[in-house]
Ligand binder design. Structure first.
Ligand SMILES: *[C@@H]1O[C@H](CO)[C@@H](O)[C@H](O)[C@H]1NC(C)=O
Ligand SMILES: *[C@@H]1O[C@H](CO)[C@@H](O)[C@H](O)[C@H]1NC(C)=O
Ligand SMILES: *[C@@H]1O[C@H](CO)[C@@H](O)[C@H](O)[C@H]1NC(C)=O
Ligand SMILES: *[C@@H]1O[C@H](CO)[C@@H](O)[C@H](O)[C@H]1NC(C)=O
Ligand SMILES: *[C@@H]1O[C@H](CO)[C@@H](O)[C@H](O)[C@H]1NC(C)=O
Ligand SMILES: *[C@@H]1O[C@H](CO)[C@@H](O)[C@H](O)[C@H]1NC(C)=O
Ligand SMILES: *[C@@H]1O[C@H](CO)[C@@H](O)[C@H](O)[C@H]1NC(C)=O
Length: 495
């Protein structure tokens, strides 16, 4: 009897332990695009295939490396096969018609070689099959207008979509997602409504969306909230957008804010940098390298915990009092950050139990201890409003950031330069949205780095639990208030 119970208890303990430590091996490829000098000469299908060949060859090479490391899933970037600089007509020779895997079973690698115009799909499918891994890629899909009397049908008789595709380790197409929120991509059409696309693997359920989609409610948050997706694959072509939206900065913030594993693969070229494998607890691995020079791509691999559902720390503690009266001797000033006019107060001392600044309905608070270097100016900023520069979205932001130089008007201008070490910093605010994204960025010899210390983020309060080991660039909580997007969320980004 005793030994039997002991056995059961041990087995149960073992299962619990195994359950808790279940991991899978993820890989993302930051891909240094290999493109000929000009796109304009591509007129024929043959030219298009020659144009994409160096990139597909590189995917093949990297996938073979991933295979030797037993990678389960490999994500490649948006526009990683044909680049970004295309018009509606010039991209046409590249496009392929990609079937809907919900309705047809399609394995291009094993399908008849006679099927025309599926060369890129076949190649990707074979890369997945050859290396026994899930492969996520991004390519252009041409869909004939099948709906009769489709009054929106472009005059050429088809739609062109920026499309993510996923192949399973057999090479079968298992997911197809048409990018919802385009960013100056006149070569593509927006789908009539946002698609929630998921795929199942032995290591959890995944959702897929791309680049600018991350800023909007659908499908980014509906995949997590409505479908309980705990993992996202995210092909992107994301440009450096300090102080709040550098790739590694905001993508890690999304993982932590939504409580998901987030596999972000970026292209690598002038002004486009930063990929990573992020978990709800921070980056498992990330890469940011803006050194000028050829190459610079990188295959990132990490073992991360299987998430059967999101582990989101829901919301914002609305009950937290804001009314603590502060002596109002702080000098307040205005300055632009990310093209939005913030209210700021300067950090004057090496320690504060509480400083505060408000903008519209948002009040932001911070407490900190820091060794503020002479010449370094830091400021606490608040913004509550509709962002209108190159795209419309409503956000509420609380930030402590390093100003570009000692002038007040430089607060919010992008900078990678800082010298001051913060022992700790806590930021909270009176956000009126549960969609909050925490991020801490540091300066690493003129480059940027994510806080490697464990951050905590509970009830909308961002806290560094350990002294930051590098000078602080910014510590920020971004709130997205989708309900105030003013109906422009689906609209094409406009200048
Ligand atoms: C691209 O242009 C540069 C300079 O004009 C030239 O040296 C190089 O050979 C060209 N590369 C290709 C692939 O045509
Ligand atoms: C598949 O693997 C074989 C043998 O390693 C290799 O010769 C071939 O190029 C690979 N093809 C693809 C598409 O990865
Ligand atoms: C399509 O439009 C034509 C002309 O407007 C109309 O006669 C026809 O009934 C429509 N067909 C369908 C299926 O709606
Ligand atoms: C691959 O194909 C085999 C045979 O059809 C099937 O049993 C297996 O589930 C497939 N694997 C995946 C990952 O889809
Ligand atoms: C950074 O990129 C440069 C070229 O762009 C490359 O030479 C260097 O090896 C890269 N550094 C790392 C750490 O990968
Ligand atoms: C301070 O930074 C701002 C914004 O980057 C810049 O326009 C200004 O010239 C700088 N001032 C000095 C004194 O360096
Ligand atoms: C912040 O750091 C300082 C200096 O290390 C320490 O004295 C203080 O207790 C810390 N405060 C919090 C809230 O951790």
């Amino acid at each position: 009897m005793v030994s039997r119970w002991t056995y059961i208890t041990l087995t149960m303990l073992l299962c619990v332990e195994l359950g808790e430590s279940r991991t899978f091996r993820a890989a993302v490829l930051e891909h240094a695009l290999r493109l000929p000098n000009r796109t304009l000469f591509v007129r024929s299908r043959e030219q298009a295939l020659a144009y994409v060949e160096p990139n597909l060859a590189e995917f093949e090479r990297q996938a073979a490396i991933a295979r030797t490391q037993d990678v389960d899933i490999l994500v490649t970037p948006e526009d990683g096969i044909y680049g970004t600089a295309h018009g509606r007509t010039t991209i046409r020779p590249f496009l392929e018609t990609i079937p809907d895997p919900k309705h047809v079973t399609w394995n291009p690698c094993t399908a008849s070689a006679d099927i025309p115009n599926v060369d890129v799909q076949r190649r990707l499918s074979c890369i997945a099959r050859n290396n026994t891994l899930y492969l996520v890629a991004n390519y252009g899909d041409m869909q004939p207008c099948s709906v009769q009397n489709d009054s929106h049908c472009p005059s050429v008789g088809h739609y062109q979509y920026n499309t993510d595709i996923v192949f399973d380790p057999n090479g079968t197409l298992i997911a197809r997602y048409h990018k919802t929120h385009l960013y100056y991509e006149y070569q593509f059409d927006e789908p009539s409504e946002a698609e929630n696309i998921v795929f199942e693997t032995p290591f959890g359920k995944f959702g897929v969306f791309t680049c600018y989609d991350i800023l909007f409610e659908k499908p980014a948050t509906s995949l997590v909230n409505d479908l309980g997706v705990g993992n996202i694959v995210f092909p992107t072509a994301w440009f450096d957008a300090l102080p709040f939206f550098a790739a590694v900065e905001f993508h890690s913030a999304f993982a932590m804010g939504m409580g998901v594993n987030f596999l972000a693969a970026n292209i690598h070229r002038h002004r486009f940098h930063g990929s990573g494998i992020y978990t709800p607890d921070g980056a498992a691995v990330y890469y940011y390298n803006d050194t000028v020079g050829s190459g610079g791509g990188k295959l990132l691999i990490a073992d991360i915990e299987v998430l059967d559902k999101p582990t989101r720390r829901l919301g914002n503690d609305q009950s937290k009092p804001d009314s603590r009266m502060l002596s109002v001797d702080q000098f307040e000033f205005k300055s632009y950050a990310f093209h939005d006019l913030f209210n700021f107060v300067s950090l004057r001392d090496s320690h504060a139990d509480e400083i505060k600044v408000c903008h519209n309905a948002l009040c932001c608070h911070a407490k900190y201890t820091a060794n503020i270097h002479e010449g370094d100016r830091y400021a606490l900023g608040a913004f509550d409003g509709l962002h209108t520069y190159r795209g419309h979205f409503y956000h509420q932001i609380c930030t402590v950031l390093k100003c570009a130089n000692s002038s007040y008007s430089s607060c919010g201008s992008p900078t990678l330069d800082a010298r001051s070490i913060f022992s700790n910093i806590t930021i909270w605010g009176t956000f009126s949205t549960p969609y909050l994204f925490p991020e801490v960025l540091m300066s690493d010899n003129g480059s940027l780095a994510l806080a490697q210390t464990q951050l905590s983020f509970e009830n909308g309060t961002l806290d560094t639990n350990n002294p930051l080991d590098l000078p602080l660039l910014s510590a920020t909580v971004i709130g997205r208030k989708y309900s105030c997007d003013n109906g422009t969320a689906k609209q094409h980004a406009v200048l």
